[in-house]
Design a protein around this ligand. Structure first.
Ligand code: F6R
Ligand code: MG
Ligand code: MG
Length: 361
């Protein structure tokens, strides 16, 4: 049975500030999806101020009706957001009219279509206060690093390696890399997380393993309208990395871009669902992992996968690193370089100072 799993998300207003989604918005989103006969099943979740629609159906990826359903659901939730005067109500809905595909209109999208296996474990990662490049390091580790994924070495069905599709989100181009043969070439690109993002990973036989959202909202809008907080879907087990191999990279809270005003570096903290509300300095950036089994497209779950003492050390370390980074205040590398900040007063300051600059002898 061919199933499409679509995860579509948007920030339709925060409560309070940019910290989380109000329960009423979640309820309205659930009602909107429940009325549709397009879906096999759905779940409504949130990570921080991002409303996450997790949907199964049989219409394939980039389907107009599914995207319209998501768009209308965000509009319904935005109505509540406006009534309650929540913060930044409708901030990710950049256009007033739906054009057939939510891509490029604000919401983030990660979709995959596959033949449902005898047993189909999937993990949906949802992050807040960071950007799609945040998945580069974990996806690399999951599918290409034998120090993370034992199966690359000892499972004959994974030994051949994988194919990574990388998007240049600035020039809108894509390129594929085969691993392990082209590891070093792949790393040259994906180390530049603000420009090159891993869009998908497939087996060499073409079976989809992972897909991420690669929108860059701030670029799309041409001005600051909020960060493109990303989602990522990974299938696990039986020829793909095991559930524990998929989660393992998050035991290291790597530095990502985002945090306060989309203009700082901080550690990506793995948290349980109830802690998915960035507070300290609007952060630190955080990620949740929702584990599901699919049964003929029906969604079984979620299981709260980071709700596990095995990730306590990563959280402690993230707090330590957050504190260390914070002590830098407005200095790089805590604050991002000028070219990567989402807010900048530089033009105003330069304008004010322009008469005062003198040539250096
Ligand atoms: C938004 C975000 C926040 C805001 C910050 C300032 O996703 O991460 O850190 O950038 O709270 O927000 P404004 O400018 O709306 O007051
Ligand atoms: Mg927000
Ligand atoms: Mg957000």
């Amino acid at each position: 049975m061919k199933i499409t799993l679509s995860v579509i998300k948007a920030d339709i207003g925060g409560f309070p500030g940019h910290s989380q989604v109000h329960q009423k918005c979640m309820d309205v989103a659930g009602e909107s999806l429940s009325k549709s006969d397009l879906l096999i099943d759905y779940r409504v979740m949130h990570c921080g101020d991002d409303l996450e629609l997790i949907m199964t159906h049989q219409k394939g990826v980039d389907n107009k009706e599914i995207h319209k359903l998501a768009w209308n659901t965000f509009l319904e939730a935005t109505k509540v957001s406006k009534e309650l005067k929540l913060y930044g109500a409708g901030q990710d809905l950049l256009s007033d009219s739906f054009s057939g595909n939510v891509k490029g209109m604000g919401p983030g999208v990660a979709e995959m279509e596959f033949e449902e296996r005898k047993s189909e474990p999937v993990i949906v990662f949802m992050a807040d206060k960071t950007e799609p490049g945040a998945w580069n390091m974990p996806l690399y580790k999951i599918f290409a690093d034998p120090f993370n994924t034992a199966g690359l070495v000892i499972d004959p069905s994974m030994h051949d390696g994988f194919v990574f599709e990388v998007h240049d989100v600035i020039d809108h181009k894509k390129v594929e890399f085969h691993t392990p043969e082209e590891l070093y070439d792949l790393l040259v690109l994906i180390g530049a997380t603000d420009r090159y993002c891993i869009k998908s990973v497939k087996t060499k036989k073409g079976e989809i393993g992972a897909v991420s959202s690669t929108q860059r909202l701030n670029l799309m809008a041409g001005k600051y309208v909020g960060k493109d907080d990303p989602v990522c879907v990974v299938r696990a087990q039986h020829g793909l990395p095991a559930l524990g191999e998929v989660l393992e990279p998050f035991s290291f809270p790597h530095l990502v871009k985002g945090w306060m005003r989309g203009s700082h570096q901080g550690p990506l903290m793995p948290v349980n669902f109830k802690d998915a509300h960035p507070t300290r300095f609007d952060g630190p950036p955080r990620v949740i992992a929702a584990g599901f089994q699919l049964a003929n497209g029906k969604i079984v779950g979620p299981a709260d996968l980071f709700d596990d003492p095995a990730f306590d050390y990563a959280r402690t370390k993230a707090n330590y690193v957050a504190d260390y980074m914070r002590r830098h205040g407005p200095f790089e590398p805590h604050r991002l370089p000028l070219s990567e900040m989402e807010y900048t007063t530089l033009p105003h300051v330069m304008d004010k100072l322009k008469e005062r600059f003198k040539p250096i002898e």
